[in-house]
Design a protein around this ligand. Sequence first.
Ligand code: ZN
Ligand code: ZN
Length: 359
Amino acid sequence: MQALAVIPGEKYSAHLREMPTPEISDDEVLVRSVRAGVCGTDREIHEGLYGTAPFGKEYLILGHESCGIVEKMGKNVVGLSIGQHVVRTVRRPCPRCENCNHGSNDMCSTGKFTESGIKELDGCMAEYFKDKSHYLIPIPAELGEVSVLLEPLSVVEKALRQAYKLQQRLVWNPRTALVIGAGPIGLLQAMLLVEQGWDVSVLARSPPGNSKSKIVADIGATYLSASASSSSLEQRISTLGNIDFIVEASGDSQRAFDAMRWAGNNGVVCLTSITPGKKELSISGDAINLNAVLGNKVFFGTVNAHRTDYYQGVQSLRRFMERWPGVLPRMLNHKIPLMHYEQALQPSSHDIKVTIEIS
Ligand SMILES: [Zn+2]
Ligand SMILES: [Zn+2]
């Protein structure tokens, strides 16, 4: 079979390699990859900034946003069937922490977890991959097409679940949310919030009139463009009133500190951007600190997702498809065959979610 691999740590090392189709044990499932989503993490691994090969190997098969079909199952596998669509969860537990022991691999406290397509475990950008059924989420056939969005959606499901959990510290009847960034994470977060009755604004770099702003409008959220002058942006933000929840997903660390300033009383700021650069900022430290204290604000970072967030995400995908037919397929606006993988690994501001079509 063909697989898209990188030599971790080596710049622009992505290459196709011919390798044997994985053999499965009695407890494993062989999955035929249909497509894989590409995100900033894949591009950073390709740039040599990130990623670790499995133990004893020099290469890593890329791909953590999966979508596949069960091809073959070991005889002990239950709960799946041949021909069933599945999405693979990303993170595997470390051998020793309490969180991993309890199935919360996403909250690993040792950092010794593995992640498919990222850290010490091969990913899904190959014609086939294998896994234990526990790590495969069954997908109804009618969602097969858009299920490649389940992995990023699981991240935003987790973000919102944690915000509610943190706010059990008070009576919280939130209404107003600001999502910063209109990539897949930002758009999916906005959809989830609108669907649950929030007033949602999405702040993004580009002037309106692009495919992202159209999706924001179609789901009933408000698009704010950061291309306006910074004083008029601050003014727009202030008209939103007390902002209860801000999700930062722009990839710009400056926005994380803006979010801390913009959050209202009892507000929560959730940080999701991976920023591997070394940018230094000058921030209004005293004002941010003072308002955080006087406003009882919470700032938290989040990564990855629990298995329950994936299951929740499947339900959300179904509701999004019913409420906004066509919007999720429009997010998959750049489909690239595996052989043209180089194109998929180039950043482009027009794409929402680039996918590599595998079979
Ligand atoms: Zn990703
Ligand atoms: Zn752990």
